[in-house]
Design a protein around this ligand. Structure first.
Ligand SMILES: Cc1cc2nc3c(=O)[nH]c(=O)nc-3n(C[C@H](O)[C@H](O)[C@H](O)COP(=O)(O)OP(=O)(O)OC[C@H]3O[C@@H](n4cnc5c(N)ncnc54)[C@H](O)[C@@H]3O)c2cc1C
Length: 435
């Protein structure tokens, strides 16, 4: 007979959202044995963004326990002992392969059965692989994806093994940009390849992207746009040696990193709970269409109150805040109380080389570029406003101070009216600072 365990609350997935949910449960009051976190990963919840940044530094690299949650938002590190002290069962290296939401039961790959009263789904995203599109040779050795700490460890090994070698980064989004920088810092010869006319097209305007592309080129990174990888050559050990591009060119490669996007991990729950926009549909408290089942972090499609829309957000700030909101709502409901609706202001950020940018709000409407966006400037500081229906709805800022970043967040929340785009262009950052 398979082992069966019962908990009042189970969190499936042990990433960022799970860690922040655990802390919130502890803050709200939790009895020993009430909460379990079941995670495929072998380590306690950590701040995932570190994997594409400090984890890959050639010197002084970030390592656990240095970046366990909740250190990324200025909180205390939750070490494995913390979970033990709180009576939270951390069930690691355990993949759930079956979920029966009607029977309130989860089953692991090794046949363990877990029962719950309330379930929080926090399975996050998985990477899209080139083999999913049938790209020839895509399963060669030294072609890497980055999602979990295990992936990062393999990459670190390869960087050591292929010292001063050639790296090709496929994809021009967050992962592509951060990984290209990390590899360059490790002294690899880096080329980036992406099909779009500029990097990060989902967020960046052509003007923003031109700065980063110029900066990367100055760092010696070759950028190849308008084409994609269609195949890979390998040596007799099965290691990648070459990337074949659609435009007929080939690039030598000792290491390839692919960052072409992710998709939420929701297949376990297919047909059992409502979906929307590729995620699990929730209300403003992250409750799904089933009572006692919540979805937090990357997997949740939730009401974005500020824009009167429903959206899914794959960013760390939302994963933390959605987790806290869900737990507060669960605990309040137990006492017959309620909490205010989630009212999220989108916030994204990234760091590469000495650069650091933040974005708040919505990137829709017309845009105005301001500031010094010369990639050769010793201290570049520039930004972009997005204006829709006469209101400033989004702001991007590279090189902002903490106070300036606070100011742009405030502005994106306030959505002030502007008379003309010229005003924003002339006033630049001082427009945000006076809100
Ligand atoms: C390399 C990298 C860098 C990033 N950098 C940034 C950044 O700079 N800024 C930013 O805003 N966002 C960044 N993100 C995105 C951010 O990390 C995610 O939005 C956030 O981690 C989502 O939290 P989550 O808890 O929903 O999912 P995750 O943190 O991905 O956690 C999901 C967990 O569930 C586990 N799991 C999945 N399925 C199962 C199963 N069936 N059984 C058991 N366990 C399971 C996984 O193993 C994982 O531990 C980055 C992401 C990556 C991968």
């Amino acid at each position: 007979m398979a082992e069966e365990k019962s908990f009042k609350y189970v969190i499936v997935g042990g990433g960022v959202a799970a860690g922040y949910a655990a802390r919130e449960f502890a803050n709200q009051g939790l009895k020993p044995g009430e909460l379990a976190i079941i995670s495929k990963e072998a380590v306690a919840p950590y701040e995932r963004p570190a994997l594409s940044k400090g984890y890959l530094f050639p010197e002084g690299a970030a390592r656990l326990p240095g970046f366990y949650v909740c250190v990324g938002s200025g909180g205390e590190k939750l070490l494995p002992e913390w979970y033990t002290e709180k009576g939270i069962e951390l069930i690691l290296s355990t993949e759930i392969i079956k979920a029966d939401l009607a029977a309130k039961t989860l089953v692991s790959a090794s046949g363990q059965v877990f029962k719950y009263q309330t379930l929080l789904i926090a399975t996050g995203s998985s990477v899209i692989r080139l083999s999913d599109f049938g790209v020839q040779g895509a399963d060669a050795k030294n072609i890497f994806y980055l999602r979990e700490i295990e992936d990062a460890d393999k990459l670190v090994e390869a960087i050591k093994a292929k010292k001063n070698g050639k790296a090709v980064v496929v994809g021009g989004g967050y992962i592509g940009l951060e990984l290209s920088a990390a590899l360059r810092i490790n002294n690899l010869d880096v080329s980036m390849v992406y099909p779009e006319p500029w990097c990060m097209p989902r967020l960046f305007t052509a003007g923003i992207a031109a700065f980063y592309e110029g900066y990367y080129a100055n760092k010696g990174i070759q950028i190849i746009k308008g084409t994609v990888a269609v195949g890979f050559s390998t040596n007799s050990d099965g290691e990648v040696t070459e990337v074949k591009l659609k435009d007929g060119r080939t690039l030598e490669a000792d290491i390839v990193i692919v960052g072409v996007g992710g998709r939420p991990l929701i297949s376990l729950f297919k047909g059992q709970v409502e979906e929307e926009k590729g995620g699990l549909k929730t209300d403003a408290f992250f409750k799904t269409s089933l009572p006692d089942v919540y979805a937090i972090g990357d997997v949740a499609t939730f009401p974005m109150k500020i824009y009167n829309d429903v959206r899914r957000v794959e960013h760390v700030d939302h994963s933390r805040k959605s987790a806290e909101q869900a737990v507060k709502a669960i605990k309040a409901a137990e006492e017959g109380k309620s909490v205010p609706e989630y009212d999220y202001l989108p916030y994204f950020y990234s760091r590469e080389f000495d650069l650091s940018w933040q974005f708040y709000g919505d990137n829709v409407g017309e845009t105005v570029l301001f500031g010094d966006n010369d990639p050769k400037s010793p201290k570049p500081k520039f930004g972009t406003y997005w204006v829709k229906d006469g209101k400033v709805v989004g702001v991007f800022l590279e090189g902002g101070t903490p106070d300036e970043n606070k100011a742009i967040a405030k502005l994106a929340r306030a959505q002030p009216v502007v008379d003309s785009l010229d005003v924003l262009s002339k006033e630049g950052l001082s427009f945000a600072s006076k809100i």
